[in-house]
Design a protein around this ligand. Sequence first.
Ligand SMILES: [Zn+2]
Length: 486
Amino acid sequence: MKSTRILVYVFFATFIACGRSGGLATTRPSPPAKNIILLIGDGMGPEVIGLAKDYAQIMEKRELWIERIVSEGRLALVHASALGTLVTDSAAAATAMATGERTANGMISMSPQGKPLTTILEIAQKGSRSVGIVTTTRLTHATPACFVAHVEERDSEAEIAEQLLDGGIDILLGGGLAHWVPQDRPVSDFGKLAPVAGAGGKSERKDTLNLLEKAAAAGYRLATNRDELLTPAKETKLLGLFAVSHLPYALDRQPDDAANVPSLAEMTKAALEMLSKNEKGFFLMVEGGRIDHAAHNNDIASLMADTLDFDDAVGVAYAFAKKQEDTAVFVTADHATGAPCLTARYSEEFGDTVYPDSEALKAVSRQDASFEYLGYLIGKKPSSVELKKLVREHVGIELTDAEAAFVLKGEPVSPFHVIKPKYREMGYPMLALGRVLGTRYGIAWPTAEHYAIPVLLAGYGGRADVVHGYIENTDVFRMMRTAGGL
Ligand SMILES: [Zn+2]
């Protein structure tokens, strides 16, 4: 069977080569890529890429790395849905990309019947390639989990942590230390987390398992902050847990050095340095996971900062593939969230339609902390005066009394903006502030949830020619397999 396939391949290759060179079969199809890097912007719909392109141009006078990859590589549209629904969550979407199979929302690389589905990472591992997972969310969160773990319910994160460890993954970098340490213990007993990364937090486990001890016994080096990540070491396995839960938003990490939390680009670079030592190649999944969270919060400034943070990681992958041509880079999103829309509006004052210009995004850039952090600063029962002061100091905008009252009321104006009770308990929900600020910037937020729209898949480097067409999210798996000869 295999030899037939090779024969057919050679026949076509010769035919094409003859056609082009007028007789001599001099060109051969490029061999499969040794290394596969998949970068997923969680919730990064096409409109987010468009906004980030304008934002990077206006604020940093630079082009996105994503633009470079799209321009020099190949592009496809991805239809992202789940089994039984037209709008997918991250679990079903990552299962589709990791395994090539459709499953129901909430399931982690399991069929609807509860059968574990083999992932692209597991296939690469069987082929003696090194494997790595890098994310800004908890390592046990849906997207990273789907490449390694198999559970029916995405919230089973304590179990997912055990499966991540048992999976023998070479590099694991992200957040969620609370799921790796024994119950009732403060995480500060187990590592030197930065304060902004929740150093005061506690274990989320319901048992006495110490997975860090198990990891050390299995040969892992442990890192819990940026300094530890960047310290050279002899171990070939690395477990980095840089926050009690998700990594802080990019906006809350600044200045990077003081925060002592690595950026996604720094984690990606560290992973590539270690993984590329394997002559047989590697598979690496990198997720910009908080893009989705910022969009759920209708927090445009965090959305831009985390998208640029993700884009920097894309730049690291691009530079790697430029040097090592046997590398295929895939950049995509699992679904879109929030649908932030930079839009014109009719102004009674000017008697005409007003179109937003660069001032809109310059105003966005004045926000110096995420809504998550601002909600934490203001406490659970803020007064109007406190809210207005907070927004003045951290966003640079003077709210009217009516706007402050709207934010404080916290009532959803639509069924698409209802905040789940568990999030309401965690702190003051700042979601409504996003819609108030949006009217100042010219950015509408039709929803705080996932919504259906095709997302982009860009391919660059070795065998990126497989990327084309209007495909299903399950085809991303097949394209990576072809590109990597897996
Ligand atoms: Zn989401």
